[in-house]
Design a protein around this ligand. Structure first.
Ligand code: URA
Length: 269
């Protein structure tokens, strides 16, 4: 291990723990599911069950108002197809103008995503925090520093072969967890980002991200070490860096997850 790598691992409090297991050790530990373990539930289609962004409507996610439900539904379908055909510029402009849920009311700005648009690795977080809301970039606060160290431990760097986005693009007030309706309102944007990047792997950082990617609630503890799939793209889940800052003893488990992730990306070569 070179000095830089050791320094990174020390910084994460991982130096004694982070070691890539041999295949035999992994099998003995029985922690990593060797084969895909889909949940057996169909994933929601982009925008399913939502009223999609209409910059002028001002409706909250899930609110159908007094209007005709059938026209709402056809509007929703039209919005979904429009977004599903957008290029990066249109997509980011639409995200920045979005007013489809209450999160738009308190944001400074929406935070679409950042990084290499042809990345093999795509990391999905929960939603912007105060610093991200101010700067317009995901994971630039304390949790972002840890994420950068996690990337470095994998030999990766923000912006190089890595794309980072969030389940919701606007900051939930007081950094609360985004609600299911807010995640659903933003899903069409995440869908398009994933379709444009076409990564080899999606890494869900924490429960809301996993919910956004897999379309159902899961427990991180139960889902770690399993390989899920979303539209043909492998998905793994691990702890959110903010959780790891509060629970540093779980950093070793996060490293196991990242090693698992690295094997999946290598398999796709
Ligand atoms: N936490 C997240 O989930 N995303 C960010 O962008 C920042 C903190």
């Amino acid at each position: 291990m070179n000095l830089r790598r050791s320094a990174i691992l020390r910084e994460m409090g991982l130096a004694p723990l982070w070691r890539l297991r041999t295949a035999a050790e992994t099998a003995d530990a029985g922690e990593i599911s060797p084969s895909p373990a889909p949940f057996g539930h169909p994933l929601p289609q982009a925008g399913e069950g939502l009223i999609l962004p209409s910059p002028t409507s001002g409706r909250g996610a899930g609110e159908k108002g007094e209007g005709n439900e059938w026209s709402d539904l056809s509007q929703e379908r039209a919005d979904t197809s429009r977004i599903a055909a957008m290029d990066w510029q249109e997509l980011e402009e639409t995200i920045r103008a979005c007013r489809s849920c209450v999160l738009c009311e308190k944001r400074t700005q929406a935070v679409p995503g950042v990084g290499d648009r042809q990345a093999h690795w795509m990391f999905i977080g929960e939603g912007p925090g105060v610093e991200e809301d101010r700067r317009g970039e995901p994971f630039v606060g304390q949790a972002g520093k840890l994420l950068d160290h996690m990337l470095a431990a994998l030999g990766l760097k923000r912006g190089e072969n890595v794309y980072i986005a969030n389940a919701v693009k606007c900051r939930p007030p007081h950094n609360r967890t985004p609600e299911a309706a807010e995640i659903a309102a933003c899903a069409v944007f995440l869908d398009r980002q994933v379709a444009l990047v076409r990564p080899r792997l999606l890494v869900a950082l924490g429960r809301p991200a996993a919910q956004a990617l897999l379309g159902r609630e899961i427990s991180i503890a139960a889902a770690r070490g399993k390989r899920f799939e979303r539209d043909g793209v492998p998905v793994i889940v691990t702890y959110h860096p903010a959780y790891l800052l509060r629970n540093p003893l779980d950093k070793g488990k996060a490293w196991e997850d990242l090693c698992f992730a690295r094997r999946i990306v290598a398999e796709g070569q």
